[in-house]
Each structure stands twice: as structure tokens, then as C-alpha cells.
Design a protein around this ligand. Structure first.
Ligand code: UDP
Length: 325
């Protein structure tokens, strides 16, 4: 049997995708260095703890498991941290990914789905954002991903590597059975912080700025359920298998919610108070980030099915509340 290699399969989006691919009947092998991932979130028996830049290890895995395609999540992903430590981000996300892709191609693996980000767009010139918008990242995280998208195109030209880059908007939510969810340490993402506040684990939620150019003054983001993201990856793999050309796709819903709308929905769903305080703007936050989603619908047949606010927050809440039991 052939298999799919998933790097970062112990992480938040990676573990949900591994589960989805296994449910579809694929054999899945996970490679993760467990720097930010969780061993308990790896749902396949085929697990390697190691580094994506270890060419000898990639060769061993590809040969042993007859890998035909890879999904590459393994990365550092905190925008704020990347502003403080740009070199760390460029090394982890760009240099190591370049070595990883090279090792794949060397071993004859010619299909790759890559975790990219809406941060490649920087400050959008048009909202909803189409994929052919200018890419001018305003933080090292976005730049580290954009470099790899460009490198993948070069590897297609040189070696016929077929790739899909999925530019995620704001991932959120947890699995329906509350088995896997979002756990970062330290936590910086809005929905987990809101729910930790609802649980009384934090005194209050800081709202980073209320003078943005949006209807209620707080930032608007396009939140996409992690189960929908998993589906997008499976569709991208299938498209490559079917011979679709390489390209980059937004993965979002096309609908934005403000920070205040998220807090209000969480108050309603959890029945908890959720105190908030107004805090200064966070560096590098654009007013509105919402995806144009026509391209992924047309080419991959993807539309978000679980990303309404109710499902997003309820699934995350079920996961967070059982953690605190
Ligand atoms: N945000 C906030 N308070 C927090 C964390 C986040 O107001 O404690 C805002 C943040 O400024 C952004 C939105 O919530 O506008 C989503 O932030 P998150 O870090 O979840 O995702 P990002 O958009 O950075 O990928």
C-alpha cells in the first residue's frame, strides 16, 4: 500500500487532517518534531519524531512507506513571535521547508500540499481578497511562507513537482467528539482566549483596538473550522492525483466577523460572562481579512460546511470545557 506523509501531523490543523485522510481510507505517516505539536494528537500508528530538514530520515520514510504525496504543515506560526525573531521563522519555515521539498523530489515524490497563509497578502488592497492580489507580507511569518510558495513554483518548472498551497484565513474549532482541538502554549489566538476567559482561567479578554475601519471598530477576520480545513487538504490531494495544475488557494468562508461579534457569540453559547478590557492595537493587524472563495469552489469543489459561528464556537467550547474537567 502507498501512503501520504504529513509533516506537523501532531499540530492543530495537521492532526485534524490526518484523521480525515485516515477516515477516507488513506495510509498516513506523520513526521513531527513535537516542538509545538502534541504526541497524543497523532492518530496514526506510523509516527516519526524528527526534523523535516533531515534528508536521510525523509528518504527512509519515503522508501519504507512508499510515499506518493506529502502534506506539509510543520512550521512556526505565530505572527507576533515572528516580528521578534525573524531569523528563527525564516530558518524554521523557509530554509527547512526548502530542504524538505528537495528531499521529496530527490526521492521521486511529486505531489505536495503546502500550508500557507493569508499573511502572504499583507495589507490587502481589495476585500474579499482574491488569490491574484499583490503579495506583500508585513511580517516575517507571511514572508517565510511566500518564499516557499515561490520555490514550489520553481520546483514545478525544474522537476515537475505538482503542488497546492492553501492560504488559510483564521483556523478555529475542534473535532465533533472533542478528541482534538486547539492548544498553543502560550495561547495567542482569539477564540481559545475567549473561551479560557469564559472558563475563568483568565480574568478578562483584551480587545486589541476598537478604532479600526470596520463597522464596530474591532478587526474583522474570516474564521474557518478546522474540519473544513481538513476537507480542503483532502480535496487538494485528490486534485493533484487527478492531474490538476499547481496553484495557490484561499481557504476561508468569504464571511467576516469582528472581535466583538466573536465575544458576543461566545457569551450567548457558553452562557458565561466573559469580561473584556480595551487594549492597544497589536502590531501588524490589518482591519479586515476576508477570503474570496470562488477559485477553491470552482477548482476543488470546496465550500465551508462547519464554519458558521455557532458550530465553530460550540465545538471549541466542548473541547475547552472537557479539558478543564
Ligand atoms: N485579538 C484580540 N485579543 C486577543 C487575541 C486576538 O483582540 O487576545 C484579535 C486580533 O487583534 C485579531 C483577531 O483577534 O484581530 C484574531 O487574532 P488571532 O490571533 O486569533 O488570529 P490572526 O488574525 O492573528 O491570525
Amino acid at each position: 500500500m502507498t501512503a501520504i506523509l504529513v509533516t506537523g501531523g501532531a499540530g492543530y490543523i495537521g492532526s485534524h487532517t490526518v484523521r480525515h485522510l485516515m477516515e477516507q481510507g488513506h495510509e498516513v505517516v506523520v513526521l513531527d518534531n513535537l516542538q509545538t505539536g502534541h504526541r497524543g494528537a497523532v492518530l496514526t500508528p506510523h509516527f516519526y519524531e524528527g526534523d523535516i530538514s533531515d534528508a536521510a530520515l525523509i528518504t527512509e520514510i519515503v522508501k519504507k512507506h512508499r510515499i506518493t504525496a506529502a502534506v506539509h504543515f510543520a512550521a512556526l506560526s505565530l505572527v507576533g513571535e515572528s516580528m521578534k525573531f525573524p531569523t528563527k521563522y525564516l530558518e524554521a519555515n523557509t530554509v527547512k521547508s526548502q530542504l524538505f521539498v528537495h528531499a521529496l523530489v530527490d526521492n521521486g515524490v511529486k505531489q505536495l500540499v503546502f500550508s500557507s497563509t493569508a499573511a502572504v497578502y499583507g495589507l490587502p488592497t481589495q476585500v474579499p481578497i482574491p488569490e491574484d492580489s499583490p503579495t506583500h507580507p508585513i511580517n516575517p511569518y507571511g514572508l517565510s511562507k511566500l518564499f516557499i510558495e515561490q520555490y514550489l513554483q520553481m520546483m514545478d518548472t525544474l522537476h515537475g513537482l505538482k503542488w497546492v498551497a492553501l492560504r488559510y484565513f483564521n483556523a478555529a474549532g475542534a473535532s465533533e467528539d472533542a478528541r482534538i482541538g486547539e492548544a498553543h502554549d502560550p495561547e495567542t489566538h482569539l477564540i481559545p482566549l475567549v473561551l479560557q476567559t469564559a472558563l475563568g482561567q483568565r480574568e478578562s479578554l483584551s480587545i486589541f483596538g476598537n478604532d479600526y475601519n470596520t463597522p464596530d471598530g474591532t478587526c474583522v477576520r474570516d474564521y474557518i473550522h478546522v474540519r473544513d480545513l481538513a476537507d480542503a487538504h483532502a480535496r487538494a490531494l485528490q486534485a493533484l492525483e487527478n492531474g490538476k495544475p499547481s496553484g495557490s488557494y484561499n481557504v476561508g468562508t468569504g464571511q467576516g466577523y469582528s472581535v466583538l461579534e466573536i465575544v458576543e457569540a461566545a457569551r450567548r453559547i457558553t452562557g458565561r460572562e466573559i469580561p473584556t478590557i480595551l487594549a492597544p492595537r497589536r502590531e501588524g493587524d490589518p482591519d479586515v481579512l476576508v477570503a474570496q472563495v470562488d477559485k477553491i469552489a470552482a477548482d476543488l469543489g470546496f465550500t465551508a460546511k462547519h464554519s458558521d459561528l455557532e458550530t465553530l464556537i460550540t465545538s471549541a467550547w466542548n473541547w475547552h470545557s472537557q479539558l478543564s474537567c
